[in-house]
Write a protein of this length. Structure first.
Length: 535
């Protein structure tokens, strides 16, 4: 009996264009030059290097430490020597630079990971210890979002009833997950068994689009020997059915509310490549390589390559036979990807595809005014009003855009794809989101500064009050001491002879002394008179 499936609002059927790489097996890319490992990968990846220039590192060595719960460390994908720790171009829509550790590579081929049973690997480990292994191995979501896996597992806890593995890969041109499911399904299932051990869900579903029959068959064969009840579900091909919320709605019929998270519905969703990385993590093999699809008319050797994290994209394209001339490289798929600013940018953990084309010689299709056809609203899978969002963001009225649930937009590109005026709607939404995030960060910083100022004022007032209390106490102590002295003096005066008697005795003594002097003077005076007369 097949599982009952549900639908979501909107969606489109863009040209798949997967034929160029879908039948090409995964090939290991061999690095011969430097590797640039960015310290800023994933979401809020606050990392600090723990190596220095000149250090020799081995494959799998940890290169950084992280403090934010939503960050993961990075590791050396190869043996080599640290030649620099500096700002380098970063694979990001902004084209910004980011701090990176530069290695002179000496062999970046990944380890072969045999499909070993899970039970011995997890024996004696608590759930927290297993999750810590996953975090310290640097595992993040490999479907493109890059959210760290460990906090996602912690958020669910024992509340998860349905575990969903996302093998949809609905984006055109991308075939890396398809090939991974066809070539290494056993390791994916072993990763699912780790998740089952941690979450103990009531059901485990693997959703795969019906345009991947070989992957569906390979995963079903692998689940036959699994130690957990796993169901492989074939889903209709419809973009963006690979979105987390859309896949949840297809398989469960439940809709994640605006601002909500899947675990609040008792559901947790992981990408199949992430499950593969989780299995490697419990074998103490960090995430240092990933499979990416390289396609496009400007490469002579397209395919699916297992590439070291940190491989410069220019080096990768050169080995894939990139054509001479000005290239336009799209990171990700044609719907949700972004143009690469600098070919010296490295492969990061969230890069799953590179589309390489020659720069167009003819001008692009001109953008026209919105005709209010509502095609974008019909195609939006999250029931937004893209045209109203466009008017708000175009006029820089970001607060109105926020009130229209801008942050519910998954940036799938359906609205831009169907727009007859060729308006790059998603670009407006991304810019508006960045502005609002910056404004929110500024508010947070201002609030923190206000709290610090109030704390400083309170500290200064507290110190003044403390100083005044100490001074008052000191003065009180001095007054008390003076009072004690006076009291002691008064007590001593009461116990001594009468002062009048003392004065009388002194006066009598003085009188006696004067009398003696007068008598002596009288005796001397007659003698002096007689002597004068004789002369």
């Amino acid at each position: 009996m097949s599982r009952a499936l549900h639908t979501f609002h909107g969606g489109i059927h863009p040209s798949e264009e997967k034929g160029q790489t879908r039948d090409l097996a995964i090939t290991r890319f061999k690095n011969r030059e430097e590797v640039v490992v960015p310290l800023n990968q994933g979401i809020r990846a606050v990392n600090r290097p723990i190596v220095e220039v000149g250090d020799r590192v081995s494959r799998g060595d940890r290169l950084s430490e992280c403090f934010n719960p939503l960050s993961v460390p990075v590791h050396a994908p190869c043996n080599g020597i640290v030649t620099a720790i500096e700002e380098r171009p970063f694979t990001h829509p902004s084209g910004m630079q980011s701090l990176a550790i530069v290695l002179q590579a000496s062999g970046c081929e990944p380890h072969d990971t045999p499909a070993l049973p899970i039970a011995p690997l997890l024996e004696g480990l608590s759930n927290e210890e297993i999750i810590t292994k996953i975090r310290t191995a640097g595992v993040i979501g490999l479907g493109g979002a890059g959210f760290p896996t460990a906090p996602k597992l912690r958020s669910g806890g024992q509340q998860i009833e349905t575990l969903i593995l996302n093998g949809m890969e609905c984006e055109p041109r991308i075939t890396c997950d398809d090939r991974l499911m066809r070539e290494q399904p056993e390791q994916i299932i072993l990763g699912v068994e780790v998740l089952n051990h941690l979450l103990q869900p009531k059901e485990i579903l693997i959703g795969i689009e019906d345009n991947k029959p070989e992957a569906i068959e390979a995963m079903r064969r692998a689940t036959a020997n699994a130690n957990a009840p796993i169901e492989v579900v074939t889903c209709p091909t419809l973009y963006p059915s690979g979105g987390e919320k859309q896949l949840i709605q297809i398989l469960s019929g439940k809709e994640v509310p605006s601002g909500g998270l899947p675990y609040q519905l008792g559901i947790l969703c992981q990408n199949v490549a992430t499950a593969h990385a989780i299995y490697r993590a419990v074998q103490d093999r960090p995430l240092t390589h990933r499979v990416i699809t390289i396609s496009g008319t400007a490469v002579t050797a397209p395919g699916n390559y297992e590439v070291a994290i940190g491989t410069p994209i220019r080096q990768l394209l050169t080995d894939c036979g990139a054509a001479a001339g000005e290239l336009v490289v799209t990171v990700g798929g044609p719907m949700m990807g972004f143009p690469l600013k600098d070919l010296d940018s490295p492969v990061t953990k969230i890069v799953n595809s590179l589309i390489v084309e020659l720069a167009p010689t003819s001008p692009s299709t001109p953008v026209r005014n919105c005709i209010r056809c509502a095609s974008c609203s019909d195609a939006c899978p999250v029931r937004l009003l893209p045209q109203q969002l466009f008017w708000a963001t175009q006029s820089r009225n970001y607060e109105d855009a926020n009130s229209l649930n801008l942050f519910d937009c998954i940036e799938c590109g359906c609205c831009s794809h169907v727009c007859p005026s060729h308006i790059p709607l998603v670009d407006y939404y991304r810019h508006a989101k960045a502005v609002l995030r910056n404004q929110q960060q500024e508010k947070v910083k201002a609030e923190q500064a206000r709290k610090r100022h109030e704390f400083r004022d309170a500290r200064i007032l507290r110190e003044k009050e403390e100083k005044a209390r100490k001074l008052a106490a000191k003065r009180a102590a001095l007054k008390a001491k003076e009072a004690q002295k006076k009291e002691a003096g008064a007590t001593a005066g009461e116990e001594s002879p009468d002062k009048d008697d003392k004065r009388a005795a002194i006066a009598a003594a003085i009188a006696r002394t004067k009398a003696k002097k007068a008598k002596l003077q009288q005796e001397i005076t007659p003698q002096s008179t007689e002597a004068g007369q004789q002369q």
